[in-house]
Structure formats: structure tokens, C-alpha cells
Unconditional design. Sequence first.
Length: 158
Amino acid sequence: MSTHFSPQQTLILTRIIWAALLAGTLVIAVVLATAFGFEAKPPTDPNTEQAADFTIWLTGLIVTLTAIPAGLFIRGQAYKKGWTNNTVSPRAYHSGNIIAFATCEGTAIVNLIFYFVVDHHIANLICAVVSIAVLAFLFPNGKAMFPPDDNTNPYAQP
């Protein structure tokens, strides 16, 4: 059995995985919102709670600001490794995109958990929304797998 996929097959598979990761993240957000709600819990000790809130908020922000660019950088390196004849190999395209998708999903889930379960700090919710938006904008279009002058390129200009 061969594990080599054509660019069209790779594109379909990558789109299915992208949709599953995006849908899974949105389902987790709905489940957490249903279970924990949007109301902040009253603090038990204001001094301890304030320090913990800041630490959680800062951790979520740092994860978002480092993981997503790192995932996009690693995707670029995977593309570079699979670059031949002015195209990216289907394997490199798929691997690079999976890494980029996973970093976006991971940061979104971490920030959703921080927001709903821990402290209801609006910055964590904003970081989660930004992570989900980046994941949504990373929709796999397959342009990198097709040379610009190829007849099978669905994105070639007429």
C-alpha cells in the first residue's frame, strides 16, 4: 500500500483535518461556556487572587504570542524542506500545515481553559478568539503544491 498522495488528495485530507480542528475548538468553547458560564466568581482573598489572575493572563498571552509564530515558522521550514521544482511536496505541505493548525488550536484551548475555568480575564478570551481566527484564516488552499504554469493548478489565472 502506497502512502504517497497526489496534491489533490493531500489538499482534501488537509482540509478535513483543518475543519475538524476548528470545529473541535469551537465545541470545546461551547462546552466550557455552558459548564462554567461567563460570570466571574467572587474572589476569596483579593491579594492572592490578583497575583494569580495576572500570572494566568500573562501566561496565556505569552503562549499565544510565541506558539502561533513558532508554528508558522516551522510550517515555513517544512515547506522549504519539501521545495522542488517551484512547488512544495504534498507531504511537506500536509506536515507543515498540521503543525501550524495544532499550535493555533492549542493556544486557543489553553486560553479558553484559563478564561472559563480559572479567572474569567477578558484578555484570555481575546487571545483565544485571536487563535481561533488565525486557525480559520489558515484555510488550506493548496497553492504551494501547484506550479504557477501547471494545467492541474485550480488557482491558475486564465
